[in-house]
Design a protein around this ligand. Structure first.
Ligand code: ATP
Length: 759
């Protein structure tokens, strides 16, 4: 038998043992689940919740073991033998007695004697698998990639890190070719896959970087920023589970289509406790997907909007211009502006948000008014004194006239109403914006009831900050529930430590059972619904697009300022985006002592776009003065870029290749319907998908915004000159569109191509 085949067989044997162990653990968990479900706990509340918690523990474990089945083990690190090293394996596959072998995989496995069989890719001993080079071997002698299909190892690929291994017999043992290239040339599926088996050294350093502070990862298209951000989230959740399990991790992406594209990556790495949200979903209760026109988005993105919202809220606390006469129980009571003014002053001094401070306002106003009324009654000769004040206050509280007067002075408001009023009432807006031009104000004008846009979301959140809970009674209840919950979690944690259970028991889950809240929600689900939730870590992808107002919102979700921010300034296509990281991060860092302490890392290798396409996109970008970060493409493509006169011909040309795979047609919003109609007429509507919901169709039709962060085997970019001309950031949008394909790019144009592409 050839040495290569022998090695393959050995690895197959080792991996078969790992699967046998995985199956045994799975079976064990299934049996435990059946057993725990059978326990009769009768009516005992505490025992029932303990039983449910254990059942959930086993259920989670079973799911986790199932998720890692595909490519369970993907690497082997050969290190010089060290008898004291317990993380090494001396399995049958060891072909050199001077070496020990560490197998690396999606999760850690030990045999029945607790000896390690497989290392989780996130543990420190596994990092050499990603980082070792011949120049810096980090104690490793060789690295082997195990390429599998189902549970079978179909190929092995070795990299020698220690020259001594190349001598004698060993020279023939190590062989193989590009696991990385195999991954990169694989056909795309419409969903992103994890890269855990081929993470590159520069990526690994970023993934394992410290949890604290703000880490910015800048890199050109296809350099793996999204992949790195997601693997970093998985790494942090594993390494800092204690800190992050209760607070959670938030991942912010540019659009719903992007979230659909990445959603399977973290579960495949065994992580589910993460909230994924597009920037339009960061305000619970609103799912904004519509974009404003660029000029409108630009004005709504400026921090001056925060000041405007603040002024708008204050202007809803109004001192009447004249004396009012209120009729209460047949008495006429005079309400002087001065009284309201003092009550407003006191309420504002409470420092609480508008709706909550209103309680103070009403209390003060009623107290003052009841004293005035008492004085008036006494003056009329009624025999009343201070002890009657509570009764008078109650009468005032119930009187219509008083309610109207107090509401006019200080009306409870929802964020939605405040923002809608601001857009729909030009006169009010004019009063609040004396220094704006009429043209600027006109940009905000909108009919009441119009759908909220993505750029409205941070304004709603800003308004919610100033307004507080609309229903103050509910708010108090919620606060009490939160307090109770904290106590439940503490009890649960105590219970867990008393039970001496290790592993996946989640104190919050246990607390749920204790409190019998009825909701089986996970931390992630609860976090997604709670506007005031603060996450332990926040990942922002395509971060170059965020406006200052969006940064303010993101900061509120992560006040600990533990951030991973990934993006590419050159790809900025939104009108409100900044043109460098320092400016972009200003709203995030201002006022913090960390202001200058953000770390910048760069990614320099393009894993997606073939070199011909990357260089065409770069020359277009340079011709439009975009600040691109040059990246080296890993591979070339066999297909030249084609320019065709219409979209139907381009799709026909692509389909004629008969390669299958994913195809995107990227077109500006105004032409989208027409393109969908002509493609449906030519090829039938069943093959055409639109936007986020259509990503898995044979041909996905998307706007440049929806295409952000995604990739396809082929991309057809309609009207490149039109994309450039559509806004001041049009070249950035075209740069994004052109860098989506992994293989083929088509341009659809009847007129001249934009600068840098023509000729
Ligand atoms: N180490 C790697 N091994 C295998 N594939 C990789 C690796 N790094 C990146 N890739 C692949 O390269 C492609 C581009 O990665 P990704 O989408 O993360 O790039 P990006 O920098 O976010 O791109 P863009 O800025 O254009 O959105 C993906 O298919 C990803 O799986």
């Amino acid at each position: 038998m050839r040495v290569v085949d022998q090695e393959l067989q050995r690895e197959q044997q080792y991996v078969a043992n790992l699967y046998a162990r995985l199956d045994a653990l799975q079976q064990e968990a299934e049996q435990q689940l059946v057993a725990v479900r059978r326990i009769d706990v009768g009516g005992n509340h505490q025992s029932r919740s303990e039983r449910d918690t254990f059942a959930r523990l086993y259920e989670d474990r079973i799911v986790q073991l199932r998720e890692v089945d595909d490519r369970l083990a993907f690497g082997r690190l050969e290190v010089a033998a060290d008898p004291a090293d317990s993380a090494s394996s001396d399995s049958d596959s060891a072909s050199d007695p001077a070496s020990v072998y560490r197998y690396i995989g999606r999760l850690g496995l030990r045999d029945e004697d607790l000896q390690p069989l497989l290392l989780d890719w996130r543990v420190p001993q596994a990092s050499a698998f990603y980082q070792a080079t011949a120049a810096t071997p980090l104690g490793a002698r060789a690295r082997r990639h195990l390429l599998s299909k189902g549970r079978d190892i179909v190929r092995i690929e070795d990299e020698i890190l220690d020259a001594a291994l190349l001598e004698g017999d060993s020279a023939t043992v190590h062989q193989g070719e590009g696991a990385l290239l195999a991954a990169l040339t694989a056909q795309r599926t419409g969903h992103m896959s994890d890269i855990v088996s081929t993470i590159q050294a520069e990526q690994d350093r970023i993934i394992r970087s410290d949890l604290k502070g703000v880490l910015v990862v800048q890199g050109g298209p296809g350099t793996g920023k999204t992949a790195v951000a997601l693997h970093r989230a998985a790494y942090l959740l594993y390494t800092h589970r204690d800190r992050l399990k209760n607070s959670g991790v938030l991942i912010v992406g540019p659009s719903e289509s992007f979230l659909n594209y990445i959603e399977a990556v973290l579960p495949s790495l065994g992580e589910t406790g993460v909230v994924l949200a597009s920037v339009g979903q960061l305000y619970p209760g609103i799912e904004a997907t519509r974009e404003d026109a660029p000029a409108v988005a630009a004005i709504k993105g400026q921090t001056s909007m925060a000041r405007l919202i603040s002024r708008a809220v204050r202007s809803r606390q109004r001192v009447p211009s004249s004396v009012q006469v209120l009729v209460v129980n047949g008495d006429r009571i005079t309400l002087k502006p001065q009284l309201i003014e003092t009550a407003i002053h006191r309420a504002r001094a409470s420092g609480k948000p508008h709706n909550e401070a209103r309680v103070t306002f009403v209390k003060n106003a009623l107290a003052a008014l009841s004293r005035e009324w008492l004085a008036q009654l006494k003056a009329q000769g009624r025999s009343m004194d201070e002890t009657d004040l509570p009764m008078l206050r109650e009468d005032l509280r119930l009187a219509d006239d008083v309610r109207v007067a107090l509401n006019t002075a200080w009306l409870p408001l929802t964020p939605e109403k405040l923002v809608q009023d601001l857009y729909a009432r030009p006169q009010w807006l004019a009063q609040l914006t004396p220094t704006w031009t009429p043209a600027q104000r006109a940009l905000l004008h909108r009919a009441r009831g119009a759908e909220f846009t993505i750029s409205d979301v941070p304004l709603l959140d800003e308004a919610a900050e100033h307004l507080g809970e609309y229903n103050v009674v509910d708010a108090a209840q919620k606060r009490e529930q939160k307090e109770q919950r904290k106590r439940d979690v503490e009890n649960a944690e105590l219970a867990i430590s008393n039970m001496e259970v290790k592993g996946l028991v989640n104190a919050k889950a246990l607390a749920d059972n204790f409190a019998e809240l009825g909701d089986r929600a996970t931390t992630a689900e609860r976090a997604a619904l709670d506007r005031t939730w603060t996450y332990g870590h926040v990942v922002v992808d395509e971060a170059q697009e965020l406006s200052p107002m969006q940064w303010r919102l993101v900061l509120r979700r992560g006040p600990l300022r533990s951030f991973t921010i990934v993006g590419d300034i050159a790809q900025a296509a939104s009108a409100a985006a900044a043109s460098n990281w320092r400016d972009a991060l200003e709203p995030l860092l201002s006022g913090s002592q960390e202001a200058d302490r953000w770390r910048l890392e760069e990614l320099t290798v393009n894993y997606r776009t073939p070199s011909q396409i990357a260089s065409a996109a770069e020359s277009m970008a340079l011709a439009h003065d975009l600040p691109i970060t040059p990246a080296r493409s890993v591979r070339a493509s066999e297909w030249p870029i084609s320019t065709l006169p219409d979209v139907v011909s381009a799709v026909r040309r692509e389909r004629a290749l008969g390669l299958g795979g994913t195809v995107a047609v990227i077109v500006l919003e105004p032409a989208l319907d027409e393109v969908v109609a002509s493609l449906s007429a030519a090829f039938g509507s069943s093959i055409v998908g639109v936007g986020a919901a259509g990503l898995l169709a044979e041909v996905a039709v998307l706007t440049p915004h929806d295409a952000k962060g995604l990739e396809f085997d082929a991309a057809i970019v309609v009207d490149p000159a039109g994309i450039v001309a559509a806004s001041s950031r049009g070249a950035g949008a075209l740069y994004v569109a052109m860098t989506r394909p992994t293989q083929r790019l088509y341009l659809v144009a009847t007129g001249p191509l934009p600068a840098g592409l023509a000729g």
